[in-house]
Design a protein around this ligand. Structure first.
Ligand code: IVH
Length: 679
């Protein structure tokens, strides 16, 4: 067990009244930095490995800030300091290095009979054995080498003999020990780096918002991240690691379960699902159990591994050129599914965007039947080479929409081409960059989706008006523009299939209640292209509705976060007569979007700070923000809107922010996006 550092004032209830840096001698600074490092490493261990922190995030951040200050003020060596976990300057390329010993792969199969045959061969060679049963983590494997107990390097698997040096990136993972409490001269451990599903989801959402392609699955995201040249970017991404192997240089270990005990004692993170099982039947049961839990795990697992527990017996079994004879991976059904494309259709979105969608022969992917997959846009569909009748591979990652990842065999249908006319209303289609749009604002497909958008939570928040009802309202001709919603009458609704007196009355109440709204939600609800919730809020702060409707491109561009494309889209929205008419009808119907009152401008906004700001103390800024209705809290949660990152920021809040998908602001952005709203 990793022991608490003794005689270290920064471990329990750390005293945080630090002497001013300029009053310290160099020796005092070095000594204090050493104690801080030991304490922070211990806190990292408690937090990331044991999941049982002993100090608050705030206290941790202060220790971290202090260490950074000392290291830079006294130019201290930081090679294996926890401050390296925030990353350092980008590299030009990754160096290639040799492994301590070859990294072999595992023999594997999805068939139970193959697993049993393997177990028979083992029994014939060495008699009855017990197995270490482990999840087969679907991530990216690395070897980490410690010399004299110090982190020396982390290396990717590469070709098994040589891999790439990804030390700086792996150091950003909080659960990776930088020093070992006691260790032989040389210790190499192996494990699987992965991206937790929740972090993956948040990362992808952020990438889509930034206009970047999302990662297809957590494994690709982890692999891409570990190999990034800029380790400070890696520090921003949620990675973690489970260890499953140690190369025993002191030859004191006799089995896998002893190896796990040693790894745990040294402070490495191990999965709780590792088990010692008596025979192959128990291993088959273990696989069943894990398969059931697969969807609930925070990481992707693509099977289970059985390893002969005894090292002596492993020795007797030996290895082939590629894999050891003493281990076998019993794979889960493939995460990707293979199927054929029946037809390619084109969907029309709220803004009129046309998206090609592959309709598939239904296929089971990770326990879910998939019958359609997005092809994103014409150029992607062409790059993939999809055609009707083609055999394709389907990926489904987390809850991301399934997508076609590869064409396995071409079909008879020709190359995909976007139609010239909207498949729903027949109007002209216009290409803008990679995307195609239907030019008719009253296209029924657009109306239905605009209606859904208009009613969504972040917009007018009309509960009970989801996809099905929107479809009914549009196809029955009751709603042609969102303004028609406010003129629906009870008998019309009651006549709809699935509606009764109560449901009709409830929906009308919801519609009535939505009339009281704030300007930002209203602007967002209009569904102007490129105006998401965030921009809508900025616009609502700058303009009244009347001003926004008549603003010129130049006036709009004067607003932060509004570039030429956005300005053009807003102007063109309000230049379209039908849109102006809709807005006017909404107002006439009694929809009354209000702007925030003075003193209330930041109501609903929750902020967390880390590090110091150039112009304010923490107290000053907190007081100011709270006076205008914002909440300032000390830890990041899913309710946090922004993490403001000042000078010498703490690592933990930033990690948490990434995990929760919380946006960060640097001090300038904080001034532009928050302070500007009250000054
Ligand atoms: S042991 C010689 N244990 O699977 C055996 N590997 O195909 C060395 N993997 O490259 C590997 N979970 O990336 C082992 N519990 C586990 C594993 C595991 C995932 C990966 C590892 C390796 C690949 C082998």
């Amino acid at each position: 067990m990793v022991e608490e550092p003794t005689n270290n004032p920064y471990v329990r209830d750390p005293k945080l009244a630090f002497d001013p840096v300029d009053e310290l001698s160099e020796d005092e600074a070095r000594e204090q930095a050493e104690k801080l490092r030991a304490a922070i490493e211990y806190h990292d261990y408690r937090y990331y490995v044991r999941n049982d922190p002993v100090i608050s995030d705030n206290a941790y951040d202060q220790l971290f800030d202090r260490l950074q200050t000392l290291e830079s003020a006294f130019d201290l060596d930081t090679e294996n300091s926890p401050t390296q976990r925030v990353g350092s300057e980008p590299l030009d390329e990754l160096e290639t290095v040799e492994h301590v010993a070859e990294m072999l792969s595992l023999q594997s199969s999805e068939d139970e009979s193959a697993v049993r045959d393997w177990a028979d061969r083992v029994r014939e060679a060495v008699g009855d054995v017990s197995y270490s049963a482990e999840p087969k983590f679907d991530g990216f494997s690395v070897e980490i080498v410690y010399e004299d107990g110090e982190f020396d390097r982390a290396v990717t698997r590469g070709d098994g003999t040589r891999g790439e040096d990804v030390s700086r990136n792996v150091k950003t993972i909080g659960s990776v020990p930088l020093h070992l409490p006691e260790a032989p001269d040389l210790l190499a451990v192996r494990g699987e780096v992965y991206m937790p599903k929740s972090g993956f989801q948040a990362l992808n959402e952020r990438r889509v918002q930034e206009g970047k392609e999302p990662f297809a699955n957590p494994r690709n995201a982890a692999a891409g991240t570990v190999r990034l040249l800029d380790s400070s970017k890696v520090a921003d991404r949620p990675l973690d690691v489970y260890f499953y192997d140690v190369l025993d240089t002191s030859a004191s270990l006799g089995s896998q379960h002893e190896a796990f005990d040693l790894l745990a004692d040294l402070g490495f993170r191990l999965d709780e699902l590792n088990e010692l099982v008596d025979d192959v039947d128990a291993f088959v049961d273990y696989r069943e159990k894990l398969l059931d839990r697969r969807a609930d795990l925070e990481y992707d697992v693509d099977g289970v591994v059985a390893k002969v527990d005894s090292f002596e017996k492993r020795e007797q079994l030996g290895q082939t050129a590629r894999h050891p004879r003493w281990a076998f991976a019993y794979k889960f059904p493939a995460r990707t599914g293979e199927t054929t494309i029946r037809r390619i259709t084109v969907q029309v979105g709220r803004t009129g965007k046309l998206t090609p969608v592959a309709l598939l022969e239904p296929v089971d992917v990770k326990g879910v039947t998939i019958s359609r997959a997005t092809l994103h846009n014409e150029s992607l569909a062409r790059d993939l080479g999809v055609s009707e009748g083609a055999t394709v591979r389907i990926e489904r990652a987390g809850d991301v929409i399934p997508e076609v990842s590869e064409v396995v065999e071409e079909g008879e249908g020709g190359r995909f081409e976007m139609p010239d006319d909207c498949p729903v209303c027949g109007s002209d289609v216009l290409q803008e960059g990679k995307y195609h749009y239907c030019t008719n604002r009253s296209c029924p497909a657009q109306i239905r989706r605009s209606l859904q958008h208009f009613c969504s939570r972040a917009a007018m928040d009309i509960e009970g008006l989801g996809e099905r009802v929107a479809e009914q309202l549009v196809s029955e001709g009751l709603v042609e523009t969102v303004a028609d919603l406010y003129e629906l009458d009870r008998s019309e609704l009651e006549a709809l299939e699935g509606f009764g007196e109560t449901s009709a009355a409830n929906l009308l109440d919801e519609i009535e209640a939505s009339k009281e709204t704030d300007l930002a939600s209203f602007v967002y609800a209009l569904g102007i292209r490129h105006v998401g919730t965030e921009r809508a809020r900025v616009l609502a702060d700058e303009f009244t509705l009347a001003e926004l409707m008549t603003a010129s491109e130049a006036e709009l561009r004067a607003v932060d976060d509004v570039g030429p494309e956005v300005a053009e889209s807003i102007v063109s929205y309000f230049e379209t007569e039908a849109n102006v008419e809709t807005v006017e009808r909404l107002l006439d119907a009694g929809v009354s979007p209000t702007r925030a009152e003075r003193g209330d401008e930041l109501a609903g906004l929750t902020l967390v700070f880390t590090g110091s700001l150039p112009d304010y103390t923490r107290e000053e800024v907190t007081e100011l923000l709270e006076a205008h209705g914002a909440d300032v809290t000390s830890s990041v949660s899913s309710n946090t809107d922004y993490l403001v990152v000042g000078e010498n920021p703490g690592e933990r809040k930033q990690k948490r922010a990434d995990e929760e998908g919380v946006d960060r602001l640097d001090p300038d952005e904080f001034c532009d996006r928050v302070l500007s709203r009250i000054e």
